[in-house]
Ligand binder design. Structure first.
Ligand code: DAH
Length: 337
């Protein structure tokens, strides 16, 4: 019987080792350790043994059962782990595979416009929205540009017939605002403007932001202070501002304003065309005639105004070489922001 036990243990050990799945292992277990398995059969033979042999054999059978249980447990764990690993591998989903989902975000122009508006609002400016279809009066006449004025040539305007046109400058909003508000006043008016212009730096549709401050004792120094903070905020702390004499019918004196190039810090590069300066806006002290037209006494109040292209600011901030890129809605371009 001893030999039988030994043989059974070895056979069972081999079958355990050969089992290729948890089910196969279970079948081996039933065959050997089951209620009517081979070990139970062996135990049944116990009654034929001499009484003094029974405890000895009983111990051998129990030891064999213990050994086999340990083998089953070890093999069971091994098969379970392997089967789990195989199942996980088979069911694995690569969540990064498949089409990239595009996330929505603000167009660079809108993002820059919001930053600009936030900046001026933080300084106490009111925000005004003017109409895109304007009258000749608000776009030109009230801004001291009469019908025969040569300054009209500077702005290739889309005339719509009658007295209407597509506004060529947000300066039109100045007049509307001054008609409705008494000084002291501080306002900006961002919006779309239109000109019959089309090349690398001009688009027939673009965006401007107009600013206006009217109060007692406003001077060029106030203008310079605001524009200085503006330039430092948007182009970097060591940005310098330069005023050059210029001409606009609605301001007197008028200036064109340059900022030191943030790319080369004034040394000269492609962005600033080697000059070290980038022209960003037009400005000046509001012409007395304009104040008077809007019902404000120019002997009591003075003001400054400025206007710049939002597109141009966005292009400088992001080093965008061509204004049209802002309007083509090419995803490859837009997703860079
Ligand atoms: N409206 C001018 C333009 O489109 C820009 C401008 C210049 C606005 C001087 C102003 C100003 O308010 O004072 O070119």
């Amino acid at each position: 019987m001893e030999e039988k036990i030994g043989q059974l243990t070895r056979d069972c050990g081999e079958e355990i080792a050969a089992a290729g799945s948890e089910n196969a292992l279970y079948a081996v277990r039933v065959k050997y350790l089951g209620k009517s398995g081979l070990i139970s059969d062996l135990m049944k033979g116990m009654k034929d043994l001499a009484p003094e042999q029974r405890p000895v054999m009983g111990k051998l059978v129990n030891d064999a059962r213990g050994t086999l249980e340990a083998l089953f447990a070890a093999k069971g764990k091994e098969l379970h782990d392997a089967e789990l690993a195989a199942r996980l591998a088979a069911e694995k989903i690569d969540i990064t595979a498949g089409e990239d989902k595009l996330t929505g975000k603000l167009h660079p122009l809108n993002a820059v416009r919001r930053r600009l508006v936030d900046f001026f609002v933080s300084m106490g400016f009111d925000v005004m929205d003017g109409p895109e279809v304007e009258t000749d009066y608000y776009n030109f006449e009230a801004l001291n540009v009469p019908k025969d004025h040569p300054a009209r040539d500077m702005q290739d305007t889309f005339f719509l017939g009658g007295n209407l046109l597509l506004r060529s400058q947000t300066s039109a909003s100045q007049v509307r605002y001054m008609e409705d508000h008494k000084p002291p006043l501080k306002m900006i008016s961002p919006g779309r403007v239109f000109r019959n212009d089309d090349d690398a730096t001009h688009s027939p549709v673009f965006h401007q932001l107009e600013g206006l401050v009217v109060d007692k004792g406003i001077t060029m120094c106030d203008l310079k202070g605001i524009l200085d903070s503006f330039a430092k905020h948007f182009f970097g702390k060591d940005t310098k501002v330069r005023f050059r004499p210029s001409y606009f019918p609605f301001t007197e004196p008028s200036v064109e304003v340059d900022v030191s190039c943030s790319m080369c810090h004034g040394k000269g590069c492609k962005i600033c065309k080697g000059t070290g300066w980038i022209e960003i806006l037009g400005a000046g002290i509001v012409n007395r005639k304009v104040l008077r037209i809007c019902g404000i006494d120019p002997d009591e109040y003075t003001g400054f105004a400025f206007g710049f292209g939002i597109d141009r600011i966005a292009n400088i901030i992001h080093s965008i070489p061509h204004i049209k890129l802002l309007y083509e809605n090419d995803i490859r371009f837009l997703e860079q922001f």
